[in-house]
Design a protein around this ligand. Structure first.
Ligand SMILES: Cc1cc2nc3c(=O)[nH]c(=O)nc-3n(C[C@H](O)[C@H](O)[C@H](O)COP(=O)(O)OP(=O)(O)OC[C@H]3O[C@@H](n4cnc5c(N)ncnc54)[C@H](O)[C@@H]3O)c2cc1C
Length: 386
């Protein structure tokens, strides 16, 4: 039995991922709807490799991977091919995201190598999941809510299980912050993925944005970068900002403000989005923009809106056991190391610069190789915890 998104979540997500995203992080069922409680989706080899102690609630492994995006699955593919028989916690709507990670919230992924015609985000993650399973990764559909990295072996806790692990890879990703206003969501009446996005680099080149009026919400470096990037595709890019100054660095501001294709709407907030009548309201047609000083609401006819208001890395469950930077990222720039020897981090949870599926996958590979070296170093190829 597989827990890959296609098998247990694809249809549900397609029917209404908004519903799922509203689910609480902590109120995590221990199993997916189609699963048997407490069972892992894995090959028989992987199950037998993880020795149960008293019962199935305590598992032991050389490597525990937390997360289920491209970073976690790439780490799992490398680690399982290296016969580390990893256990991977894919989460259950952890941070409001389905197993498979952020790509399950998008449609076409056009910049992941190997798919010249693009690939649906859920389908890509389904392939990754199957590849992890193929080499013997044991996948558990539970959210990790506590860890103990104070001594080795490390401990990882969910509501129903404790995993004792010689090494850990944290690949819990991040969420792109979004604003909530009428028309901003997915589903009926909403234009998320139909003109509204949170990633200009990912979606900006889509045909619906070419030579069109576009808008970016934000006032930091990301907003300046996204707006500047979007001028390659859009005819005009509006930056909509609540205040009368940006908090972006001077150089980024200057780059944006001197770009002839960028216009700024100061003291402004988006209060609604509506459809394009020419397409029967299938895609975004414009925004209602409120001047926060005068209260006046005006129409801004744009075909694209990009949120650039920051990301939140999924690190709260670590409860201070790894050093984080001021933004909450686990980070040792350019590496997958963390402040604890034997605990590694991969993907968006440690990358506030690139935030792409391929870079997440790249660091997943790095973290798995680092974990393998670490396990050799501590002499646990046969399993210190066995
Ligand atoms: C709308 C959108 C469109 C995008 N489009 C593209 C694109 O076209 N191309 C591209 O390259 N990139 C795209 N990206 C960016 C890309 O999705 C991310 O860079 C990538 O998914 C990061 O991968 P990750 O492995 O770090 O983690 P994520 O994809 O963030 O996945 C992390 C997973 O870990 C789980 N998790 C979190 N906490 C826990 C826990 N405590 N226990 C267990 N599990 C947990 C989460 O539920 C999540 O499923 C897009 C992002 C968004 C939001």
């Amino acid at each position: 039995m597989s827990y890959c998104p296609k098998n247990n979540l694809l249809n549900l997500l397609r029917r209404g991922s908004k519903f799922f995203r509203k689910a609480s992080n902590s109120a995590a069922p221990t199993v997916a709807p189609t699963s048997t409680p407490g069972q892992a989706s894995s090959s028989a080899a992987a199950i037998s490799s993880t020795s149960a102690m008293d019962d199935l609630h305590i598992l032991k492994t050389r490597l525990c991977i937390i997360g289920s995006g491209p970073a976690a699955h790439t780490a799992a593919i490398y680690a399982s091919r290296a016969e580390l028989k990893p256990i991977l916690f894919e989460g259950w709507m952890a941070n409001g995201i389905a197993p498979g990670g952020q790509l399950t919230t998008t449609t076409d992924v056009e910049n992941f190598p190997g798919f010249p015609n693009g690939i649906n985000g859920i389908e890509l993650m389904d392939h990754c999941c199957k590849q992890s399973l193929r080499f013997g990764t044991q996948i558990l559909t539970e959210t990790v809510n506590k860890v103990d990295f104070s001594t080795t072996p490390f401990k990882v806790f969910t509501d129903s299980k404790t995993v004792i692990a010689d090494s850990i890879i944290v690949a819990t990703g991040a969420i792109a912050k979004r604003l909530d206003f009428p028309g901003s969501s997915e589903g009926p009446g909403g234009f998320w993925n139909r003109g509204i996005s949170a990633c200009a680099v990912c979606d900006g080149a889509a045909p619906i944005f070419r030579n069109k009026l576009l808008a970016v919400i934000g006032g930091g470096d990301s907003a300046m970068e996204e707006a500047t990037f979007l001028t390659k595709y859009g005819s005009i890019v509006y930056i909509i900002h609540r205040r009368d100054t940006f908090r972006a660095s001077k150089i980024m501001q200057q780059r944006a403000l001197t770009n002839p294709k960028i216009q700024v709407l100061w003291n402004s907030a988006v209060v609604g989005a509506y459809g394009d009548e020419n397409t029967n309201n299938r895609v975004l047609g414009g925004l209602k923009v409120k001047n926060v000083l005068s209260g006046e609401v005006s129409d801004l006819k744009v075909s694209g809106l990009f949120f650039a208001i920051g990301h939140e890395p999924a690190t709260k469950f670590l409860d201070g056991q790894l050093e984080l930077d001021s933004g909450g990222y686990v980070t040792r720039p350019g590496t997958t190391l963390t402040s604890v020897h034997g605990v590694f981090a991969a993907g968006d949870v440690q990358d506030k610069k690139y935030r792409q599926a391929v870079t997440a996958a790249g660091t997943g590979c790095m973290a798995a190789l680092e974990a393998e070296h670490y396990l050799q170093e501590i002499g646990s190829q046969e399993g210190k915890t066995d």
